[in-house]
Unconditional design. Structure first.
Length: 527
């Protein structure tokens, strides 16, 4: 194909805050050189950037792809933040929302609600099984809290899962919640039609392009699903997406991951699911060394040190990069100590890593692990949810860090955890530049590196993406403003003017079954 010379731009390479080029020669989807001479660019088609700022596309290293796609097309958010408050404010309002959505569903369809903000609801609880039965007209229903680690289920949903509903409140948290998510996913996916799938895939592509995202790390796979057909399906589909997907298989049983390994660009395993060391703060299942402020109790980690050591040792020995969910300081310590006994020297990942002791910070830095954080969540919590201040002691809150990771040279990345949060990366960067503990805030440039340079390293693809340099993919977005000079609020509100994948404008997806059918005939790429 004929090379393209992009000219008249302010191309921020991300090598440093000051590194800027004015032109970029692109061929076959890759940058050939920056600021070429006329002779070097001879014969190229010229595209003017019209004085715009240009930045590398963003990388969201922690999403749950299948569930994101399904919810974009067939689920709904129970709660929302509007006019500076959480709506609805009470269970009466929740009832209206759920009834309205359930009324759009056929009697045999499953009602799936997300983003339930329990601490902002006046009654401070999830709906009961009996309430969901009434509001959903007897349909199978599951409502997830905003952190994704607790849920409310209707009678029909419990019965589909083989759980006796007699005497059951329908509310699940901790391991009781975590260990049935594969079966719930199978049930939801069984009702996904080609039309729903087409709409979800289109919405995902269009959102990523709108936000300037070109690559995602997908944490998918359900260990409690015997054959897990939905993960095989999303592998097949994602290998034909416009944007790049890199899968982490959430199986602790490595034999279950092996058949899919040949489709991966690199062997990657872990994430959430089977690899969760603990739960969440809102569900009181995150494992801390200090008791919860409101209950006086402590939550245990989900596995013993011996169990984690054995799983980590085997996965590392067999060549996998490992990722593991850990929120509380005890959970972080459990996975870090296990990773510290490996011998490969591979850059493994800790997902969330939200509360960390000084000792573990030193070990993470010394061993060169990556951290996949979601600071947008704590930004929302501080202003609207107030979960942290109600449930955690001041000493525990003092373990929240962000800038400290950078000061220690740790590869800390921003990510969304979609659908737990919106895919919106600019919310996460707002959370970085206005961190929960103000002294841990970072600059806009540092925040952007946490969505470009650092996640490229965490995906083991630092030579492929994350910067705009010769040899790298020509994935970029443009802006009429210098992002590094924006205030935190301006950064949070920012949206790219346009997004380019491989030197071509990102296309808009229509979400039709015909479009989905056409995608199936594409040549697959590694995921």
């Amino acid at each position: 194909m004929r090379p393209i010379l992009f000219t008249d731009g302010l191309i921020h390479t991300m090598e440093s805050e000051e590194a800027v080029a004015s032109a970029m020669l692109v061929e076959n989807g890759r940058i050939q050189m920056l600021d070429p001479t006329l002779e070097q660019a001879k014969g190229a088609r010229v595209v003017s950037l019209a004085g715009r700022h240009v930045y590398p596309c963003l990388i969201d290293g922690h999403v749950h792809l299948l569930y994101t796609v399904v919810l974009l097309a067939a689920g709904f958010d129970v709660c929302r933040i509007a006019d500076g408050k959480v709506l609805p404010e009470d269970l009466e309002g929740v009832e209206r929302e759920i009834r309205a959505f359930a009324g759009t569903k056929a009697p045999d369809e499953i009602v799936v609600g997300n983003q339930y903000i329990m601490t902002a609801i006046r009654e401070h609880r999830l709906p009961s099984r009996e309430e969901l039965d009434d509001w959903c007209g007897g349909r199978a229903a599951v409502i997830y809290t905003i952190d994704g680690h607790a849920s409310a289920l209707s009678t029909a949903m419990l019965e589909k899962l083989g759980i006796d509903p007699r005497g059951h409140s329908g509310v699940l948290a901790g391991e009781a919640h975590e260990r049935i998510q594969g079966r719930i996913t199978d049930l939801i996916a069984a009702g996904v039609t080609p039309g729903i799938l087409a709409k979800g895939i289109a919405a995902f592509h269009n959102l990523c392009a709108d936000f300037g995202i070109s690559c995602v790390g997908a944490l998918d796979g359900n260990g409690d699903s015997e054959k897990d057909p939905t993960t095989k399906l999303i592998f097949f589909l994602a290998s034909r997406f416009d944007l790049d997907v890199r899968f982490y298989l959430q199986y602790m049983d490595i034999e279950k991951a092996q058949p899919l390994r040949r489709y991966q660009s690199r062997p990657r395993i872990g994430g959430c699911g089977d690899w969760e060391m603990d739960g969440s703060i809102g569900a009181h299942s995150a494992a801390f060394s200090r008791p919860y402020r409101d209950t006086g109790s402590c939550a245990p980690t989900y596995f013993t040190q011996e169990q984690v050591d054995a799983a980590v040792r085997e996965a590392d020995r067999r060549g996998y990069q490992i990722a593991s969910h850990a929120i509380g300081d005890l959970a972080v310590e459990r996975i870090v100590r296990a990773l510290g006994k490996t011998e490969s020297g591979r850059m493994h990942r800790i997902e969330h890593c939200e509360f960390t002791s000084d000792e573990m910070m030193e070990e993470i830095a010394r061993r060169g692990y990556a951290v996949m954080a979601q600071p947008g969540y704590s930004w929302i919590d501080k202003r609207y949810l107030h979960t942290y201040e109600r449930y955690l002691s001041p000493e525990t809150l003092g373990q929240m860090r962000f800038a400290d990771f950078l000061r220690r040279g740790i590869c800390i990345c921003g990510s969304s955890d979609s659908p737990v949060q919106s895919l919106d990366p600019w919310l996460q960067m707002l959370g970085m530049t206005q961190f929960y503990r103000e002294e841990e805030s970072v600059t806009p440039y540092e925040a952007l590196r946490c969505y470009t340079v650092h996640p490229a390293r965490a995906l083991l693809e630092e030579k492929e993406r994350g910067m705009l340099l010769a040899g790298m993919r020509a994935d970029f977005f443009t802006s009429d403003r210098d992002l590094f000079s924006l205030s935190p609020t301006e950064l949070g509100d920012f949206r790219p003017l346009d997004t380019w994948y491989g030197g071509k404008p990102a296309r808009r997806w229509k979400g039709t079954p015909a479009e989905l059918a056409g995608m199936l005939f594409r040549r697959p790429k590694k995921v």
